[in-house]
Ligand binder design. Structure first.
Ligand SMILES: *Cc1c(COP(=O)(O)O)cnc(C)c1O
Length: 409
């Protein structure tokens, strides 16, 4: 029988049967945190991802971190020293980004439904605003006038194509994100008439993609679209955010994405773009690819029970901390994240069981019908691939259990 397996979870070494995070054995780390459940993020793994991208992507590409993937301030500060810029999508994220000390032009603010207060704060902060609609453009112009500042803007384009095979589609068709490509020429004329500094475009076509070919093809279409739209622009193209979309393997049968072919193809196309627009700065914005593999979620088994022949490990962690692993963050068919018993890494994986949380809802599942070593109360369950869209994307108030701790190791 050929059951699909998870990609090997080899970012964290094992010693003496125990998972190690930043050289610290898991149980010692739990004691250092002082409580379970917790998220631990390994800065070494983050650095490896940054280095991998730097090796593979053309040198001219600016690497940005999209804060929404993981807004832990210590982690954002760590990344701020390693990437070229930060992308934010709320006032709180804007504050985090400015607090890192990165220069304002290295920060860009996207997201539909930016409030007047957010538009004003971003304008005062001097960051680039990715304008998402005709209405937002007009509000921004009014705010700029009131503040006596010239907003720095890029138009976020809803492309006329999508990134094939993405876990999350954010472009193509009718979307709340960005300005339909066919409406962009008219808005560019409007921008020219307003008192603002137009820098370029933001074209984000999708996320969580494991196909290098699909990503390279979307980038080809993105650069083509940008060149076409730039011919109607009031000024030369100086800034082009081509999105990201690089995914990580979460589910059985998925494997790691190799960024090498993406970088190679992008390099060739970039030189063509730079010939036409010599001052253009090309940005890629990545979230989960930078931090997803660096994080684990750790919770403790409270009870082990057998119901009609099936084993349930009931833990003190679950969907209120890790909605994505529970399958309730955008999954259509629930599949398991990779899990392990972090203090029994050397033991045979011979027991089929369910790992569930303490919430009184059948949605509170961390893993269903997984094979783990025989485990019981006190053992530490580890959910891998948890560095992005973990705690901050979870309903922490649901049922009022304590919030998970977070640590950067
Ligand atoms: C969420 C988001 C990202 C990050 O996506 P990942 O899948 O985490 O890489 C990048 N850009 C924009 C505009 C986003 O909304």
């Amino acid at each position: 029988m050929n059951t699909p397996r998870h990609a090997p979870m080899d970012r964290f070494p094992v010693a003496g049967g125990e998972l190690q995070v930043g050289g610290v054995p898991l149980r010692a780390l739990a004691e250092r945190v002082g409580r379970t459940p917790f998220y631990a993020y390994d800065r070494r793994v983050i650095d490896e991802q940054v280095a991998l991208l730097r090796r593979c992507l053309p040198e001219a590409v600016r690497l940005h971190y999209a804060i929404k993937a993981n807004p832990l301030p210590a982690l954002v500060r760590h990344l701020a020293g390693r990437v070229d810029g930060l992308d934010v999508a709320s006032l709180a994220e804007l504050h985090l980004a400015l607090d890192t000390g990165l220069p304002a032009p290295a920060i860009s603010f996207a997201g539909p439904g930016k409030t007047d207060e957010e538009l004003a704060a971003a304008t005062r902060g001097g960051v680039i605003l990715n304008v998402e609609s005709a209405g937002e453009l007009e509000r921004l112009a009014t705010i700029g006038e009131r503040l006596g500042e010239r907003p720095r803007v890029a138009l976020r384009v809803n492309p006329d194509f999508e990134l094939r095979g993405s876990g999350m589609k954010m472009g193509g068709g009718a979307r709340p994100f960005g300005i339909d490509a066919e409406q962009v020429p008219a808005l560019l004329r409007r921008v020219a008439a307003l008192d603002m500094e137009w820098l370029g475009f933001h074209i984000f076509s999708g996320s969580q993609n494991l196909g290098a070919e699909a990503i390279a093809e979307a980038q080809r279409l993105t650069l083509e679209l940008a060149r076409r739209l730039a011919s109607d622009a009031p000024a030369p193209l100086r800034w082009l955010n081509i999105g990201g979309g690089l995914g990580i393997p979460y589910f059985p049968g998925e494997s790691r994405l190799d960024p090498v072919p993406i970088g190679e193809r992008l390099g060739e196309r970039l030189s063509a773009l730079q010939q036409a627009h010599p001052d253009v700065e090309v940005v890629m914005e990545l979230g989960r690819f930078l931090v997803g593999e660096a994080g684990i979620y750790v919770c403790k088994v409270i009870d082990r029970k057998v119901s009609r022949g099936e084993v349930f490990l009931v833990t003190n962690g679950g969907m209120h901390h890790h909605l994505a692993a529970s399958g309730n963050l955008g999954q259509v068919v629930r599949r398991n994240f990779p899990v392990a018993v972090g203090n029994r890494m050397d033991q045979p994986v011979d027991t089929e069981c369910h790992v569930v949380g303490p919430l009184c809802t059948p949605l509170d599942i961390l893993a269903s019908k997984v094979r783990l070593p025989a485990a019981g109360p006190g053992d530490l369950i580890v959910v891998f691939q948890s560095g992005a869209y973990g705690l901050s994307a979870s309903p922490t108030g649901f049922l009022g259990h304590p919030v998970a701790a977070e640590i950067l190791v």
